[in-house]
Design a binder for this molecule. Structure first.
Ligand code: IPE
Ligand code: IPE
Ligand code: MG
Length: 246
């Protein structure tokens, strides 16, 4: 009940989070950047638990961008290691919580054992009916849009598709997120005010919330506060608000 008071009736159906600020969190403590990523994994765990308890239907977390390959090899290696560690340590709990896992992104560029883990986790949770938990991993929004365009162009060139039948809905059905509703709320931590190539198509009408909190400090209370802020927003989707119409 307390939560309902805080969030009001407008719980978003899909929250997507750009988990940023691990490096700065570590630097503030004179620790290596990898320590920030490790602490960030704790915040992932807490956020997933909280989202599940709150009854959120869809949570998508940006874990590694297609541009993050530009980072030093050691940092990329540490991030890949943490991804592996997360799957090993948390999969059982995610299954127990009836969570359905999806990983969106390129896939072909990550190590074979990670590709296998991704496939196994998706297979293992395919019949789960609780929260959809999606990790964007080696994900880039422009790359995703180009891949969908290429697929449609190929179908048109082969005569299997009439270009006139391409609608926003058809296009969206070719994206990684075809099974998910559009995000209602996109949160970015760490004080940066940009999307960094995250869910570009899908966020067309998302409410954006930029928080100064560094990702490792994000927790249940931060999520509840974000949901409460979302509850206070008026969404118009290009139309007029109810008062203007009345
Ligand atoms: C987010 O934290 C994690 C990833 C991008 C993988 P950063 O590593 O970007 O942290 P900052 O932005 O340097 O503080
Ligand atoms: C975005 O953060 C990617 C993730 C959170 C995974 P970055 O730290 O890579 O973004 P930029 O480089 O500051 O835009
Ligand atoms: Mg960053």
């Amino acid at each position: 009940m307390a939560l309902e008071d805080k969030t009001g009736p407008h719980l978003p159906s899909h929250v997507a989070i750009i988990m940023d600020g691990n490096g700065r969190w570590a630097r503030k403590r004179l620790l290596p950047r990898e320590a920030g990523h490790y602490a960030g994994m704790g915040a992932v765990r807490e956020t997933v638990r909280a989202a599940c308890d709150i009854g959120l239907q869809n949570l998508t977390l940006f874990a590694f961008s297609s541009e993050n390959w530009k980072r030093p090899k050691t940092e990329v290696g540490a991030l890949m290691g943490l991804f592996r560690a997360y799957f090993r340590s948390d999969m059982d709990e995610l299954v127990d919580r009836n969570i359905r896992m999806r990983i969106i992104g390129h896939r072909g560029r990550v190590a074979n054992d990670i590709q296998q883990m991704i496939e196994e986790s998706e297979k293992r949770t395919i019949n789960n009916t609780g929260m959809n938990l999606t990790f964007a991993f080696d994900y880039g929004g422009q790359e995703e849009i180009v891949a969908a365009t290429r697929e449609l162009a190929r179908a048109a060139a082969d005569g299997r598709l009439d270009p006139e039948t391409i609608t926003p809905e058809l296009f969206a059905s070719r994206l990684f997120t075809s099974a998910l509703p559009s995000p209602d709320l996109v949160i970015r931590t760490s004080g940066e005010h940009r999307l960094s190539n995250f869910l570009l198509w899908q966020s067309a009408y998302a409410e954006l919330l930029f928080l100064d909190t560094l990702w490792p400090d994000f927790d249940r209370a931060a999520l509840e506060s974000a949901l409460a802020q979302f509850g206070g927003r008026e969404r118009r989707f290009g139309a007029l608000d109810s008062e203007a119409v009345a």
